[in-house]
Design a protein around this ligand. Structure first.
Ligand code: GDP
Length: 505
């Protein structure tokens, strides 16, 4: 007991706040403490840590710049509701490769390809950009889109969701093309001219560098109803993708890589996943890993449901032969053989378990800290009021490592709670991370407020309707924020994390 008391004293000396004998140290802290006691760390510990999320990266073939080949651009259509996205997609789908070959019958598999009328080049369009899978892919740093077509109605010009789409386009680093939609609605040439000028001015005011003012963003006035200028829109996409020089390795010698756009169980063929291929050449008989499952590719279907022999980069195909159903938004990587796939599936599962345990340790510390806080909260409050604590000074002794920003998540149903925890739990970098102190269903309770106060956390409420004013205007001054749209919440958490970083001069 004596030695452990000494350790607790030493740790406090090192700058750990509130350390008691039941405090569980994280691996990072243990490493720091060992350094402090002049212990040499075992070699290899400096190596980048493999996590469940990165373990499949070991299967990838490194990029060989000399093997890069042009691939079709992958395009997402965004814009305000009712500005004509669906109508544009339907129009494009009718001219898609397979619908021309198969009399107009295309299935919705999450993406389709067109061959442009003049230049005869391929474009891949994603047809469900609002989808949860896209959110998941974006959070994993996957930018599966190359070009965003931003639709702006000639009648309404810029609306709230247009502004959001502009922000997204800027943050994602994607190139943008503006499609001014529904031009058939204004037939009088002078009037149409004036309306276009208004849209142009609004876009420029929102920081879009249009060609008209010497920038490089093309603007194409279209009508998806009459088809006017739809060919021009497609050719503008081709022109932009030529400038972007979009490439990938397409040889079957490299490990194929892609993302699951959609997945479902089909009564006759079993588990099916739409895979957007990013690299390599996918063929029957290939072995793929994805999430907790793997696939021996039995069949590959195009968006007409027709069997094809292979898929190339930027193709979206249905892949059949999955052991378990893979999840939309998960990455797919080719493994050499079934034994390797199984080995990596097992490795990932083991890492997931370790990570879950580590997360439990964090929670345990927090709970222990919290119960102490609840027990002697009064004393702590008094101490603070008397100025007994000099927090600034304490900060300087804190061990290095990412700064944690604490959140408490409250939402309408378990599904939302899980979705939010999953979405924001992984946000952050090596300087700052999002830390979910607790989460649950229903409006914030007194305990949640207490917890937020003790951990200096913010309470995030999702889909909870109007909250009691005692919660919103709580006396403890806890920051309670409300959301109805998940990506608004994610954006806000991201900006809180960014804002909490010290300024760099
Ligand atoms: P979304 O919400 O952005 O997908 O918009 P929709 O494609 O569903 O279109 C919203 C409404 O505008 C529908 O009633 C469409 O028929 C209509 N619409 C879409 N594009 C055009 C167009 O080019 N011209 C005209 N006149 N109406 C259009």
């Amino acid at each position: 007991a004596c030695r452990s008391e000494q350790l607790v004293r030493d740790l406090t000396g090192l700058g750990f706040a509130d350390v008691t004998q039941d405090y569980i140290l994280s691996k990072e802290y243990v490493e720091l403490i060992l350094q402090e006691y002049n212990y040499k760390l075992p070699t290899g510990s400096a190596k980048a840590q493999v996590t469940a999320q990165t373990v499949y990266d070991e299967l990838r073939t490194p990029v060989n710049p000399r093997q890069l080949q042009r691939r079709p651009p992958v395009v997402t259509i965004m814009g305000h509701v009712d500005h004509g996205k669906t109508t544009i997609i339907d129009h494009l789908r009718k001219s898609s490769v397979v619908s021309q070959e198969h009399g107009g019958i295309t299935q919705h598999i999450g993406a389709f390809q067109v061959v442009t009328p003049v230049s005869k080049k391929k474009i891949t369009f994603l047809d469900t950009p609002g989808h949860a899978a896209f959110l998941k892919m974006r959070q994993r740093g996957a930018n599966i889109t190359d070009i965003i077509v931003l639709v702006v109605s000639i009648e309404d010009s810029i609306m709230p969701q247009t502004v959001e789409a502009i922000r997204h386009a800027k943050n994602s680093g994607n190139e943008t093309i503006i499609a001014v939609s529904k031009i058939d609605k204004i037939s009088q040439p002078k009037e149409r001219e004036r309306a276009l000028e208004r849209v142009t001015a609004d876009l420029i005011a929102h920081g879009i560098p249009l060609e008209q003012v010497g920038g490089d963003v093309q603007m194409v006035p279209i009508s998806a109803r009459t088809g006017e200028n739809m060919d021009l829109l497609e050719e503008s996409i081709v022109l932009l993708s030529d400038v972007m020089d979009i490439k990938a390795e397409n040889s079957s010698k490299v490990a194929a890589e892609g993302w699951v756009l959609e997945s479902q169980v089909n009564k006759s063929v079993g588990n099916v996943a739409t895979v957007l291929l990013k690299k390599g050449c996918l063929q029957k008989g290939n072995i793929l890993v994805c999430g907790n499952t793997f696939c021996k590719v039995r069949n590959i279907l195009d968006s007409a449901g027709k069997g094809v022999s292979k898929a190339m980069p930027s193709d979206a195909v249905e892949v059949i032969g999955w052991k378990e159903l893979p999840e939309a938004g998960d990455q797919v990587i080719q493994a050499k053989n079934e034994a390797t796939a199984k080995k990596y599936n097992a490795k990932r599962m083991a890492l997931l378990e370790v990570e879950a345990q580590a997360a439990n340790v964090e929670r345990l510390n927090q709970e222990r800290g919290l119960s102490r806080g609840l027990n002697d909260g009064h004393a702590a409050d008094e101490a603070r009021e008397n100025g007994d604590e000099d927090e600034d000074e304490e900060q300087q002794h804190l061990p290095a490592g990412p700064q944690k920003v604490n959140f408490i998540v409250k939402a309408d149903v378990t599904g939302s709670v899980e979705a939010i925890n999953e979405s924001i739990g992984s946000l952050g970098n090596d300087e700052v991370v999002c830390n979910i102190v607790s989460s649950g269903v229903g409006p914030p309770t007194g305990n949640d407020l207490k917890m937020a106060q003790i951990t200096n956390g913010k309470i995030l409420c999702f889909n909870l309707g109007s909250l009691p004013s005692e919660v919103i205007n709580n006396r403890s001054g806890v920051d309670v924020r409300q959301y109805n749209v998940i990506y608004k919440l994610i954006e806000d958490v991201t900006s809180v994390l960014t804002d909490s970083l010290p300024a760099i001069y």
